[in-house]
Design a protein around this ligand. Structure first.
Ligand SMILES: Cc1cc2nc3c(=O)[nH]c(=O)nc-3n(C[C@H](O)[C@H](O)[C@H](O)COP(=O)(O)OP(=O)(O)OC[C@H]3O[C@@H](n4cnc5c(N)ncnc54)[C@H](O)[C@@H]3O)c2cc1C
Length: 367
């Protein structure tokens, strides 16, 4: 491959734009093809939370890489609300995992602190600690506006010579010596490499290359909680889920008199959301559920993203998709790993991330 290959990235969500930016920064010629408009897929529907309060060292490591990149972008003008992130624990075993997480994060330069159940009201005066052992709080985590993030990334890609073509759906593919000819309805484009960042539609994109990719669209809804009076503190992101255990309820401040709430699990309804909120925030004055919106989590069987070639014998087709409910926070590191596969033939930015390749025996159907 040439030192500066022409790479076409399919999809202008967070994963496609982060991949595109890392590629142009490293000298590739990049064209992004987007079937609709920037952030029109899952990325524009996200709640925008970026956090590192996880217990699995690999998951923490991925977020450490992402957070470094977010810090760089913040210094270049990307808005980021550092409201903090509190993950709740319901068992002593989970508190032990949190203690290890705090150690790992501290080694990586991230602040986090354990709170016992009776200390949680120091952070959130309205929280009910019933059924909780405590929580793990990262004061530097927070949220951003995913639309703003995508438009910021698009500006950076264009400023470095990349091109973003909106309303250009990839419809057909012809393989040719050393690359592909891509049909988009209006025109055709020759390129050396393709990055499939088609989100929940990545399997259909893979099919155009006669390849199979097991990603499922999982519908999730976020709902606004209106408050008649502003709270006299900032509600951090609160998540009731540890390795699949817990209700999945999560909520955070949005505006002075608004929270946003969601259930990070498949089985959900607005009624269930209201019940869970009442249990956890029983004394929130005059709160009522308002409008909501829905979007898709692009989910894989093992709940980890696919980054790399599906077929090792075709390294010029790289997948960057399947980030589930974490495609905002993981996009920066996924973009780096995808660019590594394109330019170096293997991940070099983040250790152990070959395991994210869809060819590593992971592309299996959901049981
Ligand atoms: C309600 C909700 C809340 C969420 N909250 C969070 C959160 O707080 N934090 C977090 O990290 N994640 C969150 N997520 C998950 C996150 O939104 C997704 O993981 C992420 O946006 C996926 O990004 P993507 O770039 O892979 O896909 P997308 O943003 O869907 O981008 C894929 C793009 O590819 C385009 N495309 C598809 N097919 C073609 C084609 N043939 N040709 C050209 N273009 C094509 C689509 O139009 C689309 O724009 C949330 C998701 C939902 C639904």
């Amino acid at each position: 491959m040439t030192a500066s290959p022409h790479v076409v990235v399919i999809g202008a969500g967070t994963l496609g734009l982060c991949s595109a930016l890392t590629l142009v920064e490293q000298g590739a010629r990049v064209t992004v093809l987007e079937a609709q408009s920037i952030a029109s897929g899952s990325s524009g529907r996200a709640v925008g939370v970026v956090g590192s309060q996880f217990t699995d060292p690999f998951e923490i490591m991925l977020r450490v890489h992402s957070l470094r990149r977010f810090r760089q972008w913040e210094s270049q003008g990307l808005g980021f609300n550092h409201i903090g992130y509190l993950r709740l624990a319901r068992t002593q075993k989970q508190m032990e995992l949190f203690a290890k997480s705090a150690e790992i994060q501290e080694e990586a330069g991230l602040r986090s602190r354990l709170y016992r159940a009776d200390e949680l009201r120091q952070l959130i005066p309205h929280i009910s600690p019933d059924g909780l052992e405590g929580g793990l709080f990262g004061p530097d985590n927070g949220f951003l506006d995913p639309h703003e993030m995508c438009n910021f990334l698009a500006r950076m890609v264009r400023a470095q010579g990349g091109e973003i073509r909106q309303y250009r759906k990839l419809l057909g593919v012809k393989r040719r010596s050393g690359g592909y000819t891509l049909e988009t309805g209006g025109d055709s484009i020759d390129c050396d490499v393709v990055v499939n960042a088609g989100g929940a539609w990545a399997p259909q994109v893979a099919e155009l290359f006669d390849q199979r990719l097991h990603i499922w669209p999982e519908r999730h809804e976020a709902v606004v909680v209106h408050l008649d009076q502003p709270l006299d503190y900032t509600m951090p992101m609160v998540m009731d889920l540890v390795n699949g255990e817990g209700s999945g309820l999560n909520f955070r401040h949005e505006k002075r008199t608004e929270l946003i709430a969601e259930i990070h699990k498949v089985e959900q309804s607005k009624v269930r959301l209201a019940e869970l909120l009442l249990e956890r925030l029983p004394d929130l004055p005059d709160a009522r559920l308002g409008r909501g919106w829905a979007g898709l989590y692009p989910v894989t069987a093992d709940h980890r993203p696919f980054v790399g070639p599906i077929d090792a014998s075709e390294p010029t087709l790289v997948t960057a998709a399947g980030a589930g409910g974490y495609g905002i926070q993981l996009a920066p590191v996924i973009g780096q790993i995808a660019a590594d596969w394109v330019l170096h033939g293997a991940p070099v930015s983040a250790p152990g991330t070959e395991s994210l390749s869809p060819s590593a025996g992971r592309s299996v159907a959901l049981k």
